[in-house]
Design a protein around this ligand. Structure first.
Ligand code: ADP
Ligand code: MG
Length: 264
């Protein structure tokens, strides 16, 4: 049994089908990478898996049980936590309290892990600082910490590295590795820089127009004709993709082929 089973999931908005019959499995202990052009349906897929949207058809099974149609907090308590593309923190609270809120929202046992999480993320020294005016990397670490405090079995990270410098990408990548190896958390991560994702993932999914274009071994991605077409063929924005989701990545290059250093 896979930890997550996504079966023929569809999610439409009126006549527009944002996620169109997507199926894949994620095994426990994996880092599973998701990519695809802007507007391909990646964030809507995350929202549908994590209970923010109910799938119009298809099924989502987590740890052997259907969670389709359950509320986000129930899914979170079951051990599936998602971060958002646009970071959301409680600005009036301290960094540590932001993690405690995560613990409260999430699974049993999260609160005990807060000090340990702060240590791992190198946030101990600033734990009592208010979570405002933080630089992007620190903000993303606090978001990650709050998500980890829910004690997830499966963590969905929506473009956490958007806007990072090369060294920040490396540092965050190392954190994801530790989360997996030391904490045993399975991770699904969206990232648009293919080289970064290939290096990090055990398995990859490429979405295009709401459908699976590729699913399999990351090393095969570069040689897959349709993926090459989408990433190098000049496709930048898809129909319907607009400023709504552009907060952190909408205007960044999508056709990156080894352009890891170009993060703004
Ligand atoms: P991405 O792959 O860039 O994360 P999204 O999953 O955010 O793309 O969006 C997929 C498509 O669904 C886009 O065309 C987007 O405009 C559309 N979409 C997303 N959310 C909504 C919504 N609440 N109502 C209508 N259309 C939406
Ligand atoms: Mg998105």
């Amino acid at each position: 049994m896979s930890l997550l089973e996504v079966r023929d999931v569809k999610k439409r908005f009126g006549g527009f089908v944002a996620v169109n019959g997507v199926s894949f499995d994620v095994e426990e202990g994996m880092v599973f990478g998701v990519a695809g052009p802007n507007g391909a349906g990646k964030s809507v897929l995350f929202a549908t898996i994590s209970g923010f949207y109910r799938p119009d058809s298809g099924d989502v099974r987590f740890a052997g049980r259907s969670i389709a149609g359950e509320r986000p907090h129930a899914i979170c308590r079951a051990g599936l936590t998602r971060t958002f593309q646009t970071p959301q923190l409680f600005a009036s609270m301290s960094i540590a309290d932001n993690l405690r809120v995560g613990a409260e929202f999430g699974n049993v046992g999260g609160e005990d892990r807060v000090p340990e999480i702060l240590r791992m993320l190198d946030l101990e020294a600033i734990a009592d600082r208010q979570a405002t005016n933080l630089d992007l990397f620190t903000t993303k670490k606090v978001v990650l910490g709050a998500a980890l405090a829910t004690a997830p079995k499966l963590l969905l990270l929506d473009e956490p590295m958007a806007g990072f410098s090369h060294s920040e990408i490396e540092a965050y990548r190392a954190l994801v590795e530790r989360i997996r190896s030391e904490w045993g958390v399975t991770v699904i991560i969206i990232e648009h820089l293919l080289d970064v994702l290939i290096g990090l993932s055990d398995r990859m999914l490429i979405l295009n127009y709401g459908q699976v274009l590729f699913e399999g071994d990351p090393e095969e991605v570069r040689h897959h004709p349709e993926v090459v077409e989408v990433y190098l063929g000049g496709a930048t924005q898809q129909d319907g993709a607009d400023g709504r989701a552009a907060g952190s990545s909408g205007d960044r290059a999508q056709g990156s082929s080894g352009g890891e250093g170009e993060s703004a």
